[in-house]
Design a protein around this ligand. Structure first.
Ligand SMILES: [Zn+2]
Ligand SMILES: [Zn+2]
Length: 631
């Protein structure tokens, strides 16, 4: 009998030669139905794989990235089969067809130029293949036999691929019905498992990405387990395109990018309103949570970056300059500067935890092809803070940081989940410190009752961390906040505090960001709100149209306008409500919003004002007078 160890650490005995599928059926029939592939030790495998030795086994479903990969990659085989069936007179040759993030593609060489119309035919044929529910069968061939097979099939690219495989490589083929492809796998059990398919586009792609090679036709598509999930995904894509922050950022005059400074965003007056409000809010919250604020310089000398390790390990992302003949670097991170501030004074345990915030503008080199609006830039402002504390304070302090994060994310109506990354191999520091640190993070999450997943061994070599993933209004997630414990920098910079015993001790340090990058966060907010910012962030907040004579007093102040634009202070408690805020604050009611010539009567309390909206209000004279006082 063999021993199979499961993810939860429990183990089962199984007879040698049992397939993974039969093993999983023994665990649970419903799990076997959901299973798409499995992870055996470190390898993803088909469910038809036989268990031949003691191993660790994890079942992969559509919830797992590798499970989705197996399903979508199978869809690429189905697409290739459909193309071969439909265009057999067009010398179809297949190149490569991997799964990718959110979908799959296949590169195909044929003497017919495919059009968007053809995609519909291919999709139809694919659905037929799905209905046929063909099992995928794996077989391994010798190099010789594999070469012979693909030569006979006229598959020149496959022949090239086999010739490039290392000598000892196992060459595997997968067949479904009449179609066979060269592939390492894994795949799902049968074509019937791929329930929902959508082909999305055709593009040109050079064989092996080399422009000297032939241009092939690349068909992109995606696949899901359920039709409803596919529909939701396609709807989300449509919404995302409508909300693209690069498009809205221009329309709403928030920011621009110029070839004179690629990746260095320019903020316009409207963008600065949003930016400054985010910063004001950040300062207000951090003051309340006991943070102090510092600012460290943008340029510091080589020696500092050597001490911090950036000079050796982060150089390709940094910009450099010379001053008086000496090497300097432009900061890619705020930490080393923060260390110098800490070191500039002696510290006592009584001051700890010491929380030092910095809104630091950092510069990092990104490849020009990777730049993307405000999401991927070359300079950005980290809403950083470094917290110095005693090991015994970790749990309580992390709890406070999470409280702060929770408050900030709720303000934007963003749900989130956390991911805890634990000790990797080859890490520094003692077992004891790692245990205290990791338990500190874990307990803080537990006590808050937060949803979190654990990424075993995914932490940095210098400490465990918690990442916060925000869910936006169309279901996408964005990693923004991080709480990173660091045992390395306090060592490198020889940071100390004097303990109760009068001796010097090493503090534990945390790096943390809430927004992450203010620039990127603005991009996320633009897309999350589709440009309809809550009133406290909106560049144009409210326009008032008094509708009775009683309100004429106010209008007389601006005789040239019958509609008066005013600015409301941005310190609302509930930052998402338009109507109730205005009523609560000024004793006047928003009875309608005028938008593009349409009148939205009785706006919902959660209605956001868009740029150009006019709020139609009625209310007391005092209300109007207090509005006047605001100007
Ligand atoms: Zn394959
Ligand atoms: Zn830091």
């Amino acid at each position: 009998m063999l021993k199979v160890t499961l993810k939860d650490g429990t183990s089962r005995e199984v007879e040698q030669g049992t397939t993974v599928l039969d093993f999983v059926k023994g665990l649970s029939n419903s799990l076997a139905k959901k299973a798409l592939a499995a992870k055996m030790d470190d390898k993803t495998v088909d469910l038809t794989t036989k268990i031949e030795k003691d191993c660790q086994l994890a079942v992969l479903t559509f919830e797992d990235a590798d499970g989705r990969w197996a399903l979508r990659h199978t869809a690429s085989h189905i697409m290739a089969q459909a193309v071969k069936r439909l265009y057999k007179d067009h010398h179809v040759q297949l190149a490569i067809g991997p799964a990718i993030e959110n979908g799959f593609y296949y590169d195909i060489d044929m003497d017919k130029q495919l059009t968007e119309e053809d995609l519909k035919d291919i999709e139809k044929e694919m659905n037929k293949i799905v209905k046929e529910n063909l099992p995928l069968e794996r077989k391994e061939l010798s190099r010789e036999d594999a070469l012979k097979f693909f030569q006979e099939q006229g598959e020149g690219y496959k022949v090239e691929l086999i010739n490039d495989l290392p000598k000892d490589a196992i060459i595997s083929l997968y067949s479904q019905g009449e179609f066979t492809d060269l592939c390492a796998g894994p795949h799902v059990l049968s074509t019937g498992k791929v329930k929902a398919i959508k082909l999305q586009s055709i593009a040109g792609a050079y064989w092996r990405g080399d422009e000297h090679n032939k241009m092939l036709q690349r068909i992109y598509g995606t696949a899901f387990e359920k039709k409803s999930d596919l529909d939701d995904y396609l709807h989300m894509l449509e919404e995302a395109a409508k909300r693209d922050h690069r498009k809205l950022g221009k329309e709403l005059d928030i920011f621009s990018l110029h070839e004179e400074g690629p990746g260095f965003p320019f903020f316009h007056p409207n963008g600065m309103v949003i930016r400054n409000e985010l910063i004001n809010y950040w300062r207000e919250v951090h003051r309340r949570y006991g943070y102090q604020e510092i600012q460290t310089p943008m340029i510091m000398n080589r020696q500092l970056w050597e001490t911090s390790g950036h000079w050796d390990h982060y150089k390709e992302n940094m910009y450099f300059t010379k001053i008086d003949g000496e090497d300097y670097a432009i900061k890619p991170m705020n930490c080393p500067g923060g260390m110098l501030v800490y070191k500039s004074q002696p510290h006592s345990y009584r001051e700890l935890p010491l929380r030092m915030g910095e809104l630091g503008l950092v510069h990092r080199h990104e490849l020009s092809g990777a730049l993307h609006g405000l999401f991927r830039v070359r300079n950005f402002t980290q809403d950083d803070a470094h917290i110095f504390m005693m090991p015994s304070q970790i749990e309580e302090e992390i709890q406070k940081v999470i409280d702060l994060f929770d408050e900030v994310y709720k303000t934007f109506g963003l749900e989130y989940h956390a991911e805890l990354s634990t000790r990797p191999e080859n890490s520094m520091g003692s077992d004891e410190v790692w245990e205290t640190a990791t338990n500190g993070l874990r307990n803080a999450l537990e006590h808050r009752g937060l949803k979190y997943v654990v990424n075993e061994g995914d932490g940095a070599f210098y400490g465990p961390k918690i990442d916060f993933h925000l869910r936006d209004s169309i279901g996408r997630t964005w990693q923004c906040g991080t709480i990173q414990l660091d045992m390395l920098l306090p060592e490198k910079f020889d940071l100390t505090y004097v303990g109760e015993d009068g001796q010097k001790h090493r503090p534990v340090m945390v790096h943390r960001v809430v927004y992450g990058s203010i620039e990127r966060f603005i991009g996320i907010l633009i897309e999350n709100y589709a440009g309809a910012f809550p009133v406290w962030l909106a560049p144009v907040q409210v326009k008032i149209l008094p509708i009775t004579d009683k309100h004429m007093d106010y209008i007389e102040l601006s005789p040239e306008f019958s509609i008066v634009e005013i600015t409301v202070p941005r310190s609302f408690q509930n930052k998402t409500l338009v109507e109730s805020n205005i009523r609560a604050k000024y004793g006047i009611n928003v009875v309608a919003i005028k938008r593009d010539e349409n009148l939205i009567v009785s706006p919902q309390p959660t209605e956001h004002l868009l740029k150009g909206d006019i709020a139609v209000v009625v209310g007391s004279n005092e209300g109007i007078n207090s509005l006047e006082a605001l100007e």
